[in-house]
Design a protein around this ligand. Structure first.
Ligand SMILES: [Zn+2]
Length: 177
């Protein structure tokens, strides 16, 4: 089950606090686009607070979830603990005031206050949680210290000459010649 949609009118004047379990089925779906899988029997959790400011909504909170994937360095399965704070300013869609820039696409950054829109009075917590989780998902997951070492002597020299480490696996094919 996905995290709920909260209707704007259901947010009390003194705010709404939601404690959510992020179940395996939903996490599996979210993780799929990041190449991760949910850890069986380990649900995630989220604590979300919604506060109204006129027609705007201030969303704040935190999520925690575990994921599994293969380490890019040693190819062993690894478990990642993902967690992050969420801070979002949501404005109703189409509420652009004169002289104000339309937030058509706001780049997400974990350090900045994010501004985005909600539509039809619906604050879809699944949407924001999905974005926050994907933002925390590493593109190239690897152990800090790999439990096993592959024989890949080519890696350090490549790094020295400044070749993108993501291309390093390709170098192995050239080395065979
Ligand atoms: Zn590893």
């Amino acid at each position: 089950m996905a995290p709920p949609v909260i209707l704007f009118d259901r947010i009390p004047d003194d705010g709404l606090q939601q404690e959510l379990a992020l179940d395996e089925t939903w996490l599996t779906e979210v993780f799929a686009s990041a190449g991760l899988v949910a850890v069986p029997g380990v649900p995630g959790s989220a604590s979300i607070r919604l506060d109204r400011d006129g027609r705007n909504v201030f969303l704040s909170g935190r999520f925690e979830a575990s994921a599994q994937t293969d380490c890019v360095a040693c190819l062993e399965r690894m478990t990642l603990a993902l967690c992050a704070d969420l801070v979002l300013h949501l404005e109703p869609a189409g509420s652009t005031k004169p002289g104000k820039v339309v937030h058509e696409e706001v780049e997400l950054s974990r350090d900045e206050l994010d501004v985005d829109v909600y539509t039809d009075d619906r604050i879809d917590l699944a949407h924001w949680l999905r974005e926050a989780i994907l933002l925390e998902s590493p593109l190239h997951p690897r152990h800090e210290v790999c439990p096993v070492r592959l024989e890949m002597p080519a890696a350090p020299p490549l790094a020295r000459v400044g070749i993108d480490p993501r291309l390093a696996p390709l170098a192995r094919f050239f080395k065979k010649e």
